[in-house]
Design a protein around this ligand. Structure first.
Ligand code: ZN
Length: 273
């Protein structure tokens, strides 16, 4: 079931096309007999007010795929064998290609909703006829879908891993240090800075491991490993409430499968020191 992103989107869906209807972090999914299926446009259209138009995302398997943002203050949606599911939970349940499609859908909707006016002169923008972009008819600015790069890093000290509890986490959950890349900064510089700012730890040997789109709302997470070279743990107490070195046999509650954080932690768990 390959997914192909559409760099030049179509104008209107067909009744047999698939659609991701998104309401904040939730996705409208078919759940017949416990399965997870994408709704058809005809099934979603029946729940919508007249005139609602989805955005073309690409092609998933044999069907064109669309995305549509559903306002939270509208009428409640009810349909036999359909329900709202959490995006994060779905990312651990759907095949990899469908997860990629969901990430594209979420990020495109986020961008579409925030590119209606020109960021330079304030005029109302229009869709480009040749590519996925919004054009300003007055000053000519072209705005493309954008992502915010962020780093996430497994910092190792001997046989122990650095994990931190963010104030926004559920109680007891620990994860890797992460943060957004500053303008003009390399990914490696960002790793060194974020670890120092959040935990007081100095690192080197920064190595790329993997990346993952993280559409909450529009990040691209870039995963690294690094080695502790000095410094004692000292957290800011504001964003990071607690951080510590953990050994393999005494790990706290960690992020679930399907996240790049878990992939980095699992890679460390399987590695030889
Ligand atoms: Zn403009």
């Amino acid at each position: 079931m390959p997914f192909h992103y559409a760099s030049a989107p179509r104008a209107a869906p067909g009744p047999e096309d698939n659609v991701f209807a998104l309401q904040e972090a939730k996705v409208w999914m078919g759940v017949p007999a416990g399965a997870k299926t994408l709704p058809l446009w005809s099934e979603v259209k029946a729940l919508l007010p007249p005139g609602a138009s989805p955005h073309h995302v690409g092609k998933l398997g044999e069907r064109e795929l669309w995305a549509l943002e559903i306002p939270k203050d509208g009428p409640e949606w009810r349909a036999q064998d359909f329900e709202w599911m959490e995006s994060r939970a779905l990312m651990g349940l759907l095949p990899a290609e469908a997860v990629q499609a969901l990430c594209s859908a979420r990020q495109l909707l986020f961008w579409e909703g925030r590119s209606r006016f020109c960021g330079h002169c304030g005029s109302r923008t229009v869709d480009s006829e040749t590519e996925r972009a919004r054009k300003c008819p007055d000053c000519g600015l072209v705005a493309y879908p954008s992502q915010a790069p962020a780093v996430i890093v497994s910092v190792v000290q001997g046989e122990r891993l650095l994990l931190a509890h963010n104030k926004n986490f559920r109680p007891g959950l620990y994860s890797l240090v992460a943060g957004f890349v500053d303008p003009g900064e390399s990914l490696e510089q960002c790793v060194v800075r974020e670890v120092a700012e959040e935990t007081g730890i100095r690192v080197d040997e920064v190595r790329y491991l993997a990346s993952q789109p993280w559409p909450f709302p529009n990040s691209l997470m870039v995963g690294f490993t690094a080695q502790h070279t000095g410094g004692e743990i000292k957290v800011d107490g504001i964003e990071i409430e607690h951080a510590a070195w953990f050994s393999r046999d005494a790990l706290p509650d960690i992020p679930s499968h399907g996240t790049i954080a878990r992939r980095l932690i699992d890679t460390w768990l399987a590695s030889e020191d």
